[in-house]
Ligand binder design. Structure first.
Ligand SMILES: Nc1ncnc2c1ncn2[C@@H]1O[C@H](COP(=O)(O)OP(=O)(O)OP(=O)(O)O)[C@@H](O)[C@H]1O
Length: 328
């Protein structure tokens, strides 16, 4: 037998791992056994509707509250036995933010640097760098109370970064922001991973946010993870694809509808929605049927399932807030 010639593959330990996390408030079970493995240098999204248990998960993993059961390691440290070590490695931004509205942006950052025991000169340097990076330099000396929602979120995140954390928890980082500010936040978040190699654990109610940002997504519903994977993997989990045919008038629509038994007919929109996997043979078959029947469609679009479909299928309910926000 010859000795192996290749070096053993060293895989980095996960930034966050959890097994069987549980939490109840009185009779109400909020987390019902959550397992997570999040690799270093990745963006993980915990996606769920209001009240699903997202904030509770962040609060437990960031040592703010204790779980009733299960175990977790964050930055290689045990959550309960080495809580101080966990705190030193993480930053938390979100619904329980530390921004003081009466102070200026700069004062908030310097205060945070002080609290983190960053030496005075280094604190000033980091504050200036963060203000520049988040395009807050001009507003640096203004009280935060005058800031827009987007500026406040940026400052909140900048304050988290003063301590140079390796793992960042972002609890609903773009809730309530207008579409433009959301895009800016997304760019900042992406850049953190690319430029600094940090790990990001974000919670969101927005399917498009998880789709845009996350390497992996877990869907949380009523305290349980109902699915986990990349956005594409999740989309593949479910059927729901269809071909949409648009017609010029009701006569053409009705003529077509007679040939597609399973199709949904929408007389107002003058469309026919035919369940389909979107493959070439099924497309060809649809076009052949239309040709044979001498029916003319104005346009044809193929719809592959998106995260909305996944969410609906997995949880049995939609995310009304998401729909409202995305429709703005
Ligand atoms: N301190 C508490 N005492 C009692 N119930 C609580 C407490 N904190 C959270 N809950 C309940 O636990 C459930 C999950 O709350 P959590 O804030 O984790 O949900 P979420 O997914 O973050 O929702 P949202 O998107 O609305 O922030 C909710 O029903 C909430 O009312």
């Amino acid at each position: 037998m010859t000795a192996p010639t290749t070096a053993p593959i060293l895989t980095a330990p996960p930034a966050i791992s959890a097994l069987g996390l549980r939490k109840s408030y009185g009779d109400k079970v909020v987390l019902d056994g959550i397992d997570l493995t999040i690799p270093e240098g990745s963006i993980f999204a915990l996606l769920g509707p209001n009240g699903a248990g997202k904030t509770t998960t962040v609060q437990i993993l960031s040592t703010l509250i204790a779980a009733d059961g299960g175990q977790a390691q964050v930055a290689g440290r045990d959550l309960t036995r080495e809580a101080d070590g966990v705190r030193a490695a993480i930053g938390v931004t979100g619904q329980f933010a530390a921004v003081d509205n009466l102070l200026t942006a700069e004062e908030n950052l310097l205060l945070m640097a002080d609290l983190q025991h960053v030496p005075r000169a280094e604190g000033r340097r980091r504050a200036a760098e963060l203000l520049r990076r988040f395009e807050l330099t001009e507003a640096a000396r203004k009280p935060v109370v005058t800031f827009s929602g987007g500026m406040r979120r940026k400052l909140d995140l900048a304050m988290t970064l003063v301590g140079d954390p390796r793992i960042i928890f972002l609890d609903e980082p773009t809730t309530g922001l207008d579409p433009r500010s959301r895009r800016t936040m997304w760019e900042i978040i992406r850049d953190l991973v690319v430029a600094d190699g940090v790990t990001i654990f974000l919670t969101t109610q927005y399917l498009d946010e998880a789709d845009q940002l996350a390497d992996r997504i877990a869907v949380l519903d009523r305290g349980r993870l109902v699915a986990e994977g990349t956005a594409d993997e999740l989309k593949r989990l479910i059927p729901g694809g269809h071909i949409r045919l648009q017609f010029a008038d009701l006569t053409e629509l009705d003529a077509a509808a007679r040939h597609f038994g399973a199709a949904a007919r929408d007389p107002e929109e003058l469309t026919l929605r035919i369940p389909s996997d979107g493959s070439i043979p099924t497309l060809r078959a649809v076009l052949d049927v239309l040709d044979d029947a001498a029916v003319r469609a104005e346009s044809l679009t193929v719809h592959t399932p998106d995260l909305d479909d996944v969410f609906l299928t997995l949880t049995g309910h939609g995310t009304p807030d998401t729909t409202t926000e995305m429709a703005r």
